[in-house]
Design a protein around this ligand. Sequence first.
Ligand SMILES: [Zn+2]
Ligand SMILES: [Zn+2]
Length: 166
Amino acid sequence: MKVAVKMILLKYNMGEEIIKLSHPYDEDGYTIFQCPFCKSDFKLENGEFYHEELTSIYCPYCGLISENSSYINEDIREQAIISAKNLGIDMLNMMFKRIENNFRSNKYLKYKANPIKKEEEKVLSDKIKDMKIIKTGCCSKQIKVYDTTISNIYCPYCGEINLWKI
Ligand SMILES: [Zn+2]
Ligand SMILES: [Zn+2]
């Protein structure tokens, strides 16, 4: 059975330009992020960063701060690269096709465009289910983290440490 994956489009400010990436989110409306330092996954509620711009995130596990674009989960990053490549291939194919068309009226020269094959796009889904919702004491924000071996959690929004007992 194919499950429809719900996607949210997030904006990332990459210096000069703003890029938009689709992120899958789970049934509770949480989107996955991955810390660039400790590589751990956690989830933030869609509503929190959909309306207001979230420019930097603190990792709930190691507490390090980085700009939001560095928290893009690996699958999403890979898919973004494939999409960008395919977009480039589309443009090249269009260009070669145009050359072919231009040669059509030429009796002496023929040019046949062989379309470049596109890379297969990844099917993004939210594979991680075993996370627990916690509410940070400082900002009262709900986040999802792995519930094992956690004694303190840094708030992704303000970086304050929240002592945690499960
Ligand atoms: Zn981390
Ligand atoms: Zn906070």
